[in-house]
Design a binder for this molecule. Structure first.
Ligand code: DOR
Ligand code: ZN
Length: 370
């Protein structure tokens, strides 16, 4: 039975799904790849493996198949059924016919849109000022039923000046609006929402009947921008979009507790040498070891009556339905218990070292696959 199980002394649920994770590049960052894939595989039925791999970013069906194969190979010892879906990386000159081929071959079901130079490994992304250049691609995606995953941040104003970091997501709302108006049946995921304005926009779009979803990453549920500067600068807590105000955090939490949005940790590991770079420190929080506990805790603590069913929908079913991919089979279940999990100070493999979210802390939950 799902829900609280007194014999097991914990909460039983289907294996959850994580439709937003970064595993890095097996060719150029093999140690990192080997270090982080198991952390997702242990927990989730499947994940969306983000394609921002710089030189090896996903552009062809063959690359998507190969990336999926390598992730499966690395994840299988930890969870034999672990799988990933690999989106293609959207570039201005991407041929819609290649996208269509990949879709029919089952190489991918989604494409990821990054704003050019707006975030980590996005140099080959798209300048949102020229978004209508993607209309032929979006038209094809809409027809196929493919998903558009959006990193929603506008980097430059029309005249080329940089948009202040805190305003970038808000400005992307009108870009997504424009896309939806042009392609009203296109499935769109606004990834890792970080502001109240975006929460309101997503609610508006959903209520209007557009096929829009939003992922929520744990750090935006727990933190506001204060954690970046408390006691000095804390780059380990830095991800893009930038953390915002308390009212933004509360709006995202409310949105989730009210039965909207979907899990999507955006776990984004970087080596400690890069995270402590004095210039050009990349955004990204390696949150996979604690992410599921964060969502669980927020639902349990603040979700009120019926919280478990809403948590289960958020963590195990909503992404599967939206992607049109399977949720866990009835026998593939996990257990979350009260207990103590010590989060390592450091994850290391060879010379790679990654500091996780809540490094060195004890979290009051345990996890087990059943
Ligand atoms: O903080 C971030 N890190 N935001 C992104 O959009 C990309 C990610 C990464 O790849 O590290
Ligand atoms: Zn991401």
């Amino acid at each position: 039975m799902e829900g609280y199980n007194s014999r097991l002394q914990g909460w039983v649920l289907p294996r959850p799904i994580n439709p937003h994770a970064h595993f890095r590049c097996p060719q150029t960052q093999r140690e990192m790849f080997d270090l982080v894939v198991p952390e997702t595989a242990k927990i989730y039925r499947w994940a969306t493996a983000m394609p921002n791999l710089q030189k090896h970013r996903i552009k062809t069906p063959a690359q998507a198949f190969e990336y999926r194969r390598l992730i499966q190979e690395c994840g299988k010892p930890h969870n034999p059924r672990f799988d990933v879906t690999v989106p293609f990386y959207i570039e201005a000159d991407l041929d819609p016919l290649v996208v269509e081929d990949g879709f029919h071959l089952n190489a991918w079901v989604a494409g990821k849109l990054y704003p050019k130079n707006g975030t980590t490994n996005s140099a080959e992304g798209v300048d949102f000022r020229n978004i209508s250049g993607l209309w032929p691609l979006f038209s094809r995606m809409q027809r196929l039923g493919a998903l558009l995953l959006v990193h929603g941040e506008v980097v430059t104003f029309e005249d080329g000046r940089l948009v202040p970091d805190r305003d970038r997501e808000t400005l992307a709302i009108s870009v997504v609006q424009e896309i939806l108006e042009a392609f009203p049946r296109l499935k769109v995921v606004f990834e890792h929402i970080s502001s109240k304005a975006t929460v309101e926009a997503v609610i508006r779009w959903q209520d209007h009947g557009y096929a829009v979803e939003a992922t929520i990453a744990p750090q935006y549920l727990l933190w506001n921008s204060t954690v970046l500067f408390q006691g000095g600068m804390n780059p380990i807590n830095f991800s893009i979009p930038i953390l915002k105000d308390e009212e933004d955090r509360l709006a995202i939490l409310d949105f989730m507790l009210n039965g909207r949005g979907m899990l999507g940790t955006d776990t984004a590991p970087h080596d400690i040498t890069r995270k402590s770079q004095h210039i050009g420190c990349p955004g990204g929080v390696f949150n996979e070891p604690v992410g599921l506990f964060v969502y669980f805790h927020m639902f349990r603590r603040y979700g009120g009556e019926g919280w478990f069913n809403r948590f289960r929908e958020f963590a195990c079913y909503r992404a599967a339905k939206f992607y049109g991919l399977p949720s866990a089979s009835p026998t593939d279940r996990v257990l979350i218990t009260d207990g103590e999990t010590v989060i390592p100070e450091l994850y290391t493999n060879g010379t790679t070292r990654v500091v996780p979210m809540f490094a060195g802390m004890v979290v009051p939950y345990g996890f087990k696959a059943l």
